[in-house]
Design a protein around this ligand. Structure first.
Ligand code: PLP
Length: 391
């Protein structure tokens, strides 16, 4: 038997292991230190009442002969959830039909799984970015090309930064993890034009769309003309409604999206029906509750909580004269540390008792930068902000 040799090309998942190691060592040597973690990418606030009600109700149904549900009748999700997601898009003026929505267990799996329906493709990844895009393509053995996000382009790489190689798949993450940078409609339109001109496919990761606070900024690639012919969008309840441990998301594949005469939506549906038995009924009911008027109100209150943390952090950075991007339309604040990011990590840990994430962990262009997140409690974030400005 042979194994997938591409796995030999994966780098050790060094970032969070190394962070944990350094924090543990510091705490062992300084047991009284009040170390505050502003490095976490996970949410911390509990599920909201609308979601909990739906979970209780659906659990009770499952205990009755009439309410019990077994295998989901459709791997793409129950029609009421697909419709609720389509309605959610309609509220921001984006027309999606429910049949174009395929429900899944969160964005991460399918941002990678999607390559099951593609052949060997050349993939463009912005750098810095969420590391899973790179690793999943290493596993598939796909050639990976990078486009640099940096201070000069506000961490929003554009097609003009792409070399001459013809690429097949383009990842776009907006708002970006880790930089918090968000593309404008005009900038996304450039990417859509580029994809259409080059017969490329955009995989648009909208995991943080609900954090966008400026109304002029696009939450969905489908706000852009032409995107229905070249883009797939991945959404998730993880960060918008605290579902990181509850697991539910969706993929939107427009009906007209096709390559080489094949409809991608149909191919993906076929793939899912072979490899995926759907999201649990109870969880789909909880997700439906998020999309209700009350559920969205509560989700947005959660986001407002985190947004206040982001403001606390950025106000401190303003006071300290430290340059940053993000924070306004994103739970991530990306600050310029002006030195190797692991050195800054050690400095923050030992001098300020704050844990963040070194930018180098997100790509070569992340070096010299550092990520703080807004997912902590108000109390801890305020304390950490005070430490950031203190001498
Ligand atoms: N996409 C980005 C950019 C993320 O930062 C994350 C998680 O941190 C995910 C996707 C994963 O989301 P999910 O929990 O829906 O799998």
């Amino acid at each position: 038997m042979t194994l997938n040799k591409n796995f030999n090309n994966l780098k050790q998942s060094y970032l969070f292991v190394e962070i944990a190691k350094r924090v543990e060592a510091y705490k062992a040597a300084n047991p009284d230190a009040d170390v505050i973690r502003l490095g976490i990418g996970d949410v911390t606030r509990p599920l909201t009442p609308a979601v909990i009600d739906a979970l209780h109700k659906a659990s009770a149904e499952m205990g009755t002969p009439d309410g019990f549900r077994g295998y989901s009748p459709d791997s793409a999700g129950y029609p009421w959830l697909r419709e609720a997601i389509a309605d959610y898009y309609a509220q921001s003026g984006v027309k999606i039909n429910a049949g174009e929505v395929q429900v899944n267990d969160g964005a991460k799996s399918d941002l990678g799984n999607f390559f099951d329906i593609l052949g060997e493709v050349k993939v463009l990844v912005p750098d810095p970015v969420y590391p899973a895009y790179v690793d999943t393509n290493i596993m598939f053995g796909n050639p990976i090309f990078y486009v640099a996000g940096n201070e000069a382009n506000g961490f929003l790489p554009m097609p003009s930064g792409v070399g001459s190689t013809r690429l097949d798949v383009i990842y776009i993450c907006s708002p970006n993890n880790p930089t918090g940078a968000v593309y404008s409609k005009e900038q996304l339109a450039e990417w859509v034009d580029y994809a259409l001109d080059n017969n490329a496919l955009i995989l648009f990761d909208a995991a943080y769309a609900e954090f966008i606070s400026e109304p002029s900024l696009p939450k969905s690639i489908f706000e852009i003309d032409g995107a229905r012919k070249c883009a797939v969008e991945f959404g998730t309840f993880s960060k918008m409604a605290g579902f990181t441990g509850t697991r539910c998301g969706w993929v939107i594949i427009p009906d007209e999206l096709e390559y080489g005469g094949a409809k991608l939506g149909k191919m993906w549906y076929r793939r899912q029906s072979v490899k995926f038995n759907g999201v649990p009924y109870i969880i789909q009911r909880a997700a439906e509750a998020v999309m209700s008027a009350q559920g969205l109100k509560e989700a947005r209150e959660l986001i407002a909580y985190y947004r206040e943390n982001a403001k606390t952090i950025t106000s401190a950075l303003d006071k300290a004269g430290i340059k940053y991007t993000g924070g306004k339309n994103s739970p991530y604040v990306w600050l310029k540390c002006g030195r190797p990011s692991w050195d800054y990590f050690d400095y923050l840990l030992t001098e300020k008792n704050i844990v963040g994430t070194p930018g180098a962990g997100f790509g070569v262009n992340g070096e010299g930068w550092f990520r703080l997140t807004a997912f902590g409690t108000h109390g801890n974030t305020i304390k950490a902000a005070e430490r950031l400005v203190s001498q």
